[in-house]
Design a protein around this ligand. Structure first.
Ligand code: SF4
Ligand code: SF4
Length: 424
């Protein structure tokens, strides 16, 4: 069936972008920024999650970190960002990637970093992507959202903005993201709201320190006509250093689950709390680990990982500079083929909650040193906590990349000389 007929039959707006997939099609409306799934047959027996587990022609959620450079130094940064890597993709190489994404009908990319706006060519790349029908959602600490820029952003259907804030008060936020970062984010939101940008995202990583502020985050988002987006703290990048101290307690996870259930689809989560669905009614979303199946990451030097939270050689599928480019990696890499093959549920196989939680997040297990086919460290039945206690001080995998800015000691020899050797 031709696309126009397909859209008519499915009751879709003729302007909607369609990408045909094995099960039917994905439809993306750039105006509302909504993705929907169109089944080819109303009587299809496999669930969408089952269809997605075997992979898609192109990713739905492609994160692209444009640079490791950042003007902040958040304690939980998933990519351990700070300094630019001299090998980062050039403007021409980034444009070539965008050309590929257009050919693959990747509807939009989630651009992050580092702080992506510190790249001199950032706005040029955004304009290039938009001109090539690749929508852009970019995450920023807000420091470069001037009043003029906010007006331009408000005028584009193809660009969405996520302002990061990890505390509803300066005290809680700045302890995580650094002094002054709360005021910077609030100013950026004021500018976007004043420019008439409705529905931009207020993005919050949930921690032990801010779970009690959920209602206040919602009020802040509502005040600026933004949409609240909550994501899970994973032990990835510098997040590994603070995970024990900052990941929500079992009681807080229950509180978060109830709050998410009460707010339904009005609060976005990027499906990141599906491990909590074991508490009862499943949370909205696909409830599956999409690593290498519907999700992947392109890092600033062009390395492609199965997901933004697994920056480790074990999950590196290739580099966009190699022959075949990104498309070759997505469609033919051995790693992605393995991730799309049926997986063993291991120790979770006998759990009656498995259909809801599917054993949780691969990244959270990997960087806490737990088996990938066992329970999530935040398993709602407490199995993860018990495994972590039994693991004790055994070494855990370290991220392959660390571009954190290092403090240079006044006199290196007064501190550990080995520390200097470790970070030349
Ligand atoms: S590894 Fe975790 S964060 Fe990455 S796609 Fe899977 S569930 Fe999501
Ligand atoms: S044991 Fe596994 S499947 Fe069961 S709730 Fe825990 S993580 Fe989920």
């Amino acid at each position: 069936m031709r696309s126009a007929e397909f859209k008519r039959a499915a009751g879709l707006d003729p302007e909607t972008e369609l990408r045909h997939e094995r099960f039917g099609a994905l439809a993306y409306d750039f105006g509302t920024r909504r993705l929907s799934f169109v089944r080819r047959r109303a009587d299809a027996v496999r669930s969408l999650a089952d269809e997605f587990e075997t992979g898609l022609r192109s990713p739905i959620c492609l994160t692209w970190e444009l640079t490791y450079a950042c003007n902040l130094a958040c304690v939980h940064c998933l990519s351990s960002s700070g300094r630019r890597d001299p090998r980062e993709l050039s403007t021409a190489e980034c444009m070539a990637v965008i050309d590929e994404l257009e050919r693959m009908q990747v509807f939009y990319v989630n651009i992050g970093g580092g702080e992506p706006t510190v790249r001199r060519d950032f706005w040029e790349l955004v304009d290039y992507a938009v001109a090539h029908h690749v929508g852009v959602k970019f995450s920023t600490n807000g420091s470069r959202i001037t009043a003029e820029r906010a007006v331009k952003l408000a005028g584009s259907d193809y660009v969405d903005v996520q302002i990061s804030l990890d505390g509803a008060t300066a005290e809680v936020n700045d302890a995580i993201r650094g002094p002054g970062s709360y005021a910077t984010a609030i100013t950026a939101m004021e500018r976007l709201a004043d420019a008439g940008f409705e529905g931009f995202k207020l993005s919050v990583v949930i921690t032990r320190e801010n779970v009690s502020q959920l209602d206040e985050f919602k009020r802040i988002a509502d005040r600026y006509r933004a949409q609240l987006r909550l994501t899970r703290l994973r032990p990835s990048g510098r997040g590994a250093d603070v995970w024990d101290r900052l990941h929500p307690t079992a009681a807080q996870q229950r509180e978060l689950y109830e709050w998410l259930l009460a707010h339904g689809e009005e609060v976005l989560t990027g499906d990141s709390f599906f491990h909590l669905s074991g508490y009862g009614t499943p949370l909205p979303g696909l409830n599956l680990c999409g690593a290498g199946r519907v999700v992947c990451l392109i890092d600033p030097v062009g390395d492609v990982y199965a997901c933004p939270f697994v920056i480790h050689d074990e999950f590196r599928a290739g580099n966009v500079r190699a022959p075949g480019g990104f498309e070759g990696i997505w469609r033919h890499s051995e790693l992605f083929a393995e991730l799309r093959a049926p997986q063993s549920a291991g120790a979770c196989a006998s759990c009656e909650l498995f259909d809801k939680c599917r054993g949780g997040c691969m990244a959270a297990k990997f960087f806490t040193g737990l088996p990938l086919d066992g329970p999530d460290p935040e398993c709602v039945l407490g199995h993860g906590e018990r495994l972590l206690a039994a693991r004790g001080d055994a070494p855990v995998p370290k991220p392959s990349v660390d571009m954190s800015k290092r403090r240079v000691p006044a006199k290196a020899c007064n501190e550990s000389p080995l520390a200097v050797l470790r970070h030349p």
